[in-house]
Design a protein around this ligand. Structure first.
Ligand code: TRP
Length: 414
């Protein structure tokens, strides 16, 4: 994180509702923007404070109860356990669903490495669940342009990674009849409607505003300065004429909370050009193996479990690198017990072990000292191994033809 960026982020001016309170990507403990996440605390970012700072709403029991009432299904464990913890306008989406009015899902992925990591599967897992229960179209933006601009990658390399990552995304089980995946490099040249909407958005946002929201400065390349409009454009349904024709319908965006600056900007612009504001579901970050101070990053091999890791690599990484909340010696551990709040193996189980009863048993036994760190890590390895294997099997079955179909602009069957 550069000091310059941090300083610029403090100067922020634009805010939804036109409040004059400045948006801050950082406070004294945490720094969160689309490119950096760092916390001083070993339990990670203070998410309640982030809700206040970003001006979003907490996903509370009342919203979850309404979710269950409206859909008639129990909520997904990622919602129930609070990984998706914040939202904007989710009530309006549920109301539309009750009224039988249409909406669509929009999410995306910046392809910065050829393999995705297990943390990347989290928002896509929720997306798949939402697609199934709401039976709605889903558009997935692969921002190969963004990664070319921000990383040391050529246009060709980033595009290739977009195709590789798209296969990992398809392996999450999305319905080919309801899902459109697009690379910016390809699709933006294919449909004039997308480009026209992009310009409509660019016309509404000043350099000063993006400086404030994203920390850009006078030496930022112009591709980056214009990029936020690219990520905002899929919020407008008419950017996808093959799917929606000229119909204006709102979208729901499941994403990690660090993407919120893009959508605060989108929510500011949409009503000014005749569209609904996008609704959002925000997730927490998936912690790095070394601890929750930072999120898992695909460019740091040691802190990361890739979806294509072998069972042996997985085992080694967890045993060697997963930060432990246990005590130094067995005697001490038996006496004092482990701290689940900072223990990465336990934290990962909260993502991947759906059974609430088993999870609670593990928590009790680790906290009391009955369960040792090595044993806890083994439980995680035994759960993650078949998950990765299943993912790899699914991925191996995806043909170039299937990939091609997902990525072709076309009418979806809803
Ligand atoms: N910028 C995101 C990334 O780097 C990719 C992205 C594009 C995205 N559109 C999105 C993420 C919508 C969530 C929702 O990964």
């Amino acid at each position: 994180m550069s000091e310059k960026l941090a300083n610029n982020v403090e100067k922020v001016s634009i805010q939804e509702n036109h409040s004059d309170k400045p948006y801050q990507g950082k406070d004294e403990d945490d720094f969160v923007d689309p490119w950096n996440v760092v916390s001083k605390s070993d339990t990670g970012v203070d998410y309640d404070k982030l809700i206040v700072r970003f001006g979003s709403s907490k996903i509370d029991d009342e919203l979850l109860a309404r979710f269950e009432k409206v859909t008639g299904k129990p909520v997904h464990h990622l919602l129930r356990r609070g990984f998706f913890f914040s939202h904007r306008d989710m009530h309006s989406i549920l109301t539309r669903y009750e009224q039988g009015k249409p909406f669509y899902l929009y999410t995306g992925r910046g392809p910065s490495s050829s393999s995705m990591h297990v943390g990347h599967l989290i928002p896509f897992t929720l997306c798949k669940w939402l697609q199934d229960i709401f039976n709605c179209p889903l558009v997935i933006q692969m921002t190969d342009d963004e990664k070319t601009l921000w990383k040391d990658l050529s246009v060709e390399e980033a595009y290739k990674m977009a195709l590789e990552n798209a296969k990992d995304i398809i392996a999450c089980g999305f319905d080919i009849n309801k899902t459109f995946i697009f690379s910016d490099f390809t699709y933006i040249g294919q449909r004039a409607e997308f480009y026209r909407n992009m310009i409509r958005i660019q016309k509404c946002v000043t350099f000063n505003q993006v400086k404030g929201i994203f920390g850009f400065d006078d030496s930022t390349v112009i591709g980056k300065i214009a990029f936020p409009a690219v990520q905002a454009t899929p919020c407008l349904s008419t950017s996808f004429p093959d799917i929606f024709g000229t119909q204006k319908i709102p979208c729901l965006i499941p994403c990690a909370i660090d993407q919120d600056p893009y959508f605060r900007m989108s929510r500011d612009v949409c009503p000014r050009i005749g569209f609904d504001k996008p609704a959002l579901l925000h997730s927490k970050f998936f912690p790095a193996l070394q601890g929750a101070q930072t999120k898992m990053s695909a460019s740091e091999a040691n802190s990361t479990i890739y979806v294509n890791d072998t069972p042996k690599q997985l085992k080694n990484k967890i045993n060697k690198h997963a930060f432990s909340g246990g005590q130094v010696t067995v005697e001490e551990h038996r006496k004092i017990g482990g701290n689940c709040d900072v223990d990465i193996a336990y934290q990962y189980l909260r993502f991947f072990l759906e059974d609430d009863k088993k999870l609670e048993e593990i928590r009790k036994n680790y906290t009391s000292g009955e369960l040792l760190t090595g044993e806890l890590k083994k439980i995680l390895i035994d759960i993650l191994t078949p998950i990765l294997q299943g993912h790899q099997d699914n991925r191996a079955k995806i043909t170039d033809e299937t990939l091609q179909t997902f990525m072709t602009p076309r009418k979806l069957c809803i």
